[in-house]
Structures are given as structure tokens and as C-alpha cells.
Design a protein. Sequence first.
Length: 177
Amino acid sequence: MSNLVFIASSLDGYIADKDGGLDWLESIPNPDNLDLGYIDFIKGIDAIVMGRRTFEKVCSFDCDWPYDRPVFVLSRTLESLPTEYEGKVELLGGSPSEVLKSIHGKGYADLYIDGGVALQGFLEEDLIDEMIITVLPILLGDGIPLFGKLSQTMAFEHIKTEILLDEMVQSHYRRKR
């Protein structure tokens, strides 16, 4: 069982701008529409765990539901999900360790943890095993931070780093335990 992260960040460590926007993610030309490793990553996971704000952002995209894996949305405030997501999304509450117990009980082992607050909560409980972080060479100045404060230091082992589209740096790390 492992909890994995695949996320993009600005050079100054933000995953969304101050308005929650993601347009800056398309600031690097990608004329061949390369997936930048996402397809291989997603093949290795059983389910996706995301925070409420990430879920709401995905719902705002002008496209069909983009996931073919079960999605678990973490929220302390949502009481129900829109009907069009029935059978695609399940709403969960509780601490990250409680959420994992529930998801593992359903038979899902390798999980994609997505969204700033979700990631930060899982890190605080030391529940992240690997992170693939793609850094774009842009300074946002403010926004939703990739990382928050932690109550303990955490060491990660560097697995590899690649330069993508001649401008982005994608690094893969594994938690040292």
C-alpha cells in the first residue's frame, strides 16, 4: 500500500494562484500535448483521494469527468455530492488515517493524494510515501501553497529528476523511513 503525489508547483511553491486559478500551468508551450508522465503514474494507482476544493476545481473544468478510477473526496463541510457524480465519487470525512482505513477496507491500496490541504494533512500524519513534483519556472507571489507547516522533519530520498519541455523540472522523491 502506498500514498502517492503527482502535482505541479510554481517556482515559489504554490499549486494555485491567489484566486485558486490554474491558468499558469499552461504557460509552457506543449504543442505535442505530452502527458509529462501522468498516464504512467495514473496506471499505478487504484483510487484518487482529493480535497473538496480540488474536487470543486475539477468539476469546473469544461470537460467530461476525467477519472476512470474511484475518487474519494475529503470534506468537513460537504454533506452530499451533485447527482452527476454518483457512482464516480464518494464523500469521506475524518483524519487522513481514518480515511485510509476506510479506503483500504474497500480494497484500494495504491492511492493518488491530490490537493493542497489533503496533501498537507497526509504529510502531517506522515502518510505520504512518494511525491512527483513538477516545478514550472514562474513566480506567482501568492496562492495556495504546496506545503504547510509540519510538526516534524521528514526526509525523502531523491529517485530521479527530468527536464520537461526544456523548461519544467520534474523530481521524484520517496519517503525515507
